[in-house]
Ligand binder design. Structure first.
Ligand code: ATP
Length: 460
């Protein structure tokens, strides 16, 4: 049986787009638009996970959402609630976490992160709040069990020696306990290879828990990674397990490790050195047995030289270093990858005739793909959905790829810098399928800086 998600948000466009995303990922979904209907929907639909918007537009303070969160958790203390909130209201999200929400996602959300957050709740909740079988849920959340006997590296498509070299290295280090640092541009498959390393390790029976450190506000770092006990803060009503605890016996994937603030770097280093951590408010150390795989698209050596990343932490996470090549460095893999994404579009949309004509393949091979494999995947998928014909041409792909490269009219007169910025952000969001991390990388911004601009300009 498919796992289920209840969306509580008064913005119907948000609900519709979340419904589409989650149904495609195999979930049963229901939305409610009015806070007053939420409790009844939880009772009737018995969702495995709830996505709750904290900012109802009628009540922009977010108090409506906080109140509802309190009511739902009072009635169902174990209900896994993921809060959704705009960047400007991170403080509210912090309050929500203290009140017992399990996670939070900033709007506009990153699809990949959102799906990961839901998966984490399904896999790591040992006692689903309504008593459903944990096994069944875990099986749904990523089909890791079903594919256990298959080659864990099979999902990594590409025959280029640049990619195969990295896969060979990864195969060799997977069975060891060594910490691994995966570098590479956004969308090159860092998380995919981290999962494969876990799958090929002796820990494959344990959990694979991912945490995007770039998305964790500083004030939440300890609670997020190490957990807290009820009463640790004024609003901490229930115990909360941190990511280290959730990953016990398995692999902890620290994504965007280069985005960690200096104070958080010290705290992480201490836990990795001492192999023990403390839940906030508990006052006693807990031993930890996790293997750490980290990833970043930043250059940590340069950051160490600049004094923004601790050298001792780099040594700790970087026993083995794997670097994934950008897609433009292995154009020979583009046709194979395109074929792979087209095959999944055929299955997903039941369009067995979908294919690329030869012009389309050579056009794809000439593209720079700054968003790497993720960008190629989004482009194929979008073109397949929007094309009425089964054979996709270079022209159709080009149209979907959106803005052309810089041309002489790049800075037309009569357009303000601000308008230009809005256009560039919109275009980059379009090219990257709305993925915040990839868009921020393409524009050379941090995620926080991109969120601020999206918020400031009201880009939807
Ligand atoms: N070699 C590959 N074969 C098949 N799919 C791939 C490959 N590399 C990446 N992908 C797909 O591209 C998308 C992005 O990959 P992934 O999330 O692992 O990248 P990432 O480097 O971790 O990105 P980011 O730095 O933005 O978090 C995913 O949907 C993934 O399945």
């Amino acid at each position: 049986m498919a796992a289920s998600v209840l969306i509580i948000d008064d913005d119907r466009t948000v609900c519709t787009s979340l419904e589409l995303l989650l149904r495609r990922a195999g979930y049963t979904v229901r939305s409610v638009y009015y806070p007053a209907e939420a409790a009844a929907a939880v009772a009737e639909f018995a969702p495995d996970v709830v996505l709750l918007d904290l900012n109802f537009t009628i009540e922009t303070s977010g108090r409506g959402g906080m109140k509802l969160l309190g009511e739902l958790l009072a009635a169902y203390p174990e209900l896994p609630v993921i809060q959704m909130t705009g960047w400007a209201t991170v403080q509210l999200a912090v309050e929500g976490m203290k009140a017992g929400a399990r996670d939070f996602i900033a709007k506009p959300w990153d699809n990949h992160e959102l799906l990961n957050a839901i998966k984490t709740q399904l896999v790591t909740s040992p006692l689903p709040w309504r008593g459903a079988g944990g096994e069944e849920l875990a099986e749904h959340a990523g089909a890791k069990k079903a594919t256990k006997t298959a080659d864990p590296f099979a999902p990594l498509i590409g025959t280029s020696s640049a990619l195969q070299g990295v896969i060979d290295q990864a195969r060799r280090v997977a069975p060891t306990q060594a910490s691994v640092l995966v570098t590479g541009e956004s969308g090159t498959g860092k998380e995919l290879i981290a999962e494969a390393i876990h799958g090929a390790s002796k820990r494959s029976g344990g959990p694979f828990v991912a945490v995007n450190l770039g998305g964790v506000p500083e004030g939440l770092f300890e609670s997020e990674l190490f957990g807290h006990t009820a009463g640790a803060f004024t609003d901490a009503r229930s115990d909360r397990r941190g990511r280290f605890e959730l990953a016990e016996g398995g692999t902890l994937f620290l994504d965007e490790v280069g985005d960690l603030a200096p104070a958080a770097q010290v705290k992480l280093l201490r836990v990795l050195q001492e192999r023990q951590y403390e839940r906030l408010g508990e006052g006693r150390p807990r031993p930890t047995d996790v293997r750490v795989v980290s990833a970043t698209s930043r250059n940590l050596d340069t950051m160490v030289a600049a004094g923004t990343f601790r050298e001792d932490l780099l040594y700790r996470i970087n026993l083995i270093h794997l670097h994934l090549p950008a897609l433009r460095e292995r154009p020979g893999d583009i046709a194979l990858l395109a074929d792979h994404f087209l095959a999944s579009a055929r299955r997903r949309y039941d369009r067995t005739g979908l294919m690329l004509d030869s012009g389309a393949v050579s056009w794809l091979r000439r593209q720079p793909f700054p968003g790497n494999v993720r960008q190629l995947q989004n482009l194929i998928e979008r073109t397949a959905i929007l094309s009425p014909a089964d054979t996709l041409s270079a022209e159709q792909l080009e149209r979907q790829a959106g803005e052309r490269p810089v041309a002489s009219n790049f800075a037309p007169s009569g357009v303000t810098l601000e308008q230009m910025e809005i256009r560039m952000i919109r275009a980059a969001l379009g090219r990257n399928g709305g993925e915040i991390t990839a868009t921020a990388r393409e524009l050379g911004l941090t995620r926080a800086a991109l969120y601020r601009r999206v918020e400031k300009y009201g880009i939807g």
